[in-house]
Ligand binder design. Sequence first.
Ligand code: GTP
Length: 138
Amino acid sequence: MVFSITDPRSFRTVLPLYQHVRRIHPSASIPIILVGNKSDLLRARQVPADQGEALAAQLGGVYFEASARESHEGVQAAFLHLCQEVSRALGGTNGEKRKGGKTFVKENPRKCIPTSLINVLSPPFPNGEREGLQFIQS
Ligand SMILES: Nc1nc2c(ncn2[C@@H]2O[C@H](COP(=O)(O)OP(=O)(O)OP(=O)(O)O)[C@@H](O)[C@H]2O)c(=O)[nH]1
């Protein structure tokens, strides 16, 4: 779930949205990460990092700050963590299994994610590239 650290209203929408998802899927194991976006706009910050951390903990997830601007700082770490959590929730391993249908993340080849999941989380662009991460098909 993503909000803007410059916009407290967006922060306040996170909990109701989460509760809405939980109402629809009351018993599902839903991996959650909370991302405070626009971390490059430090002077415009209106949501302190500790509030983000507290809310993420309340939701049972981890808090990241990221910027979608220029360097995409923090985006990759957040996305990678989410993939690992989803893989774990689906009963995947930490990358030890290397049978068919797995995709290895280039930056950390020990972590593997089912290819079907990658397609859901990060559909390829028409040219075959994916935003944020580079993947190697096994
Ligand atoms: N500086 C900065 N600007 C960002 C970042 N992410 C998005 N923006 C800018 O914020 C504005 C809104 O971005 P959108 O991608 O339209 O996001 P949205 O959730 O639709 O935002 P709203 O239109 O405010 O509801 C755009 O001008 C983006 O360029 C970021 O990480 N840093």
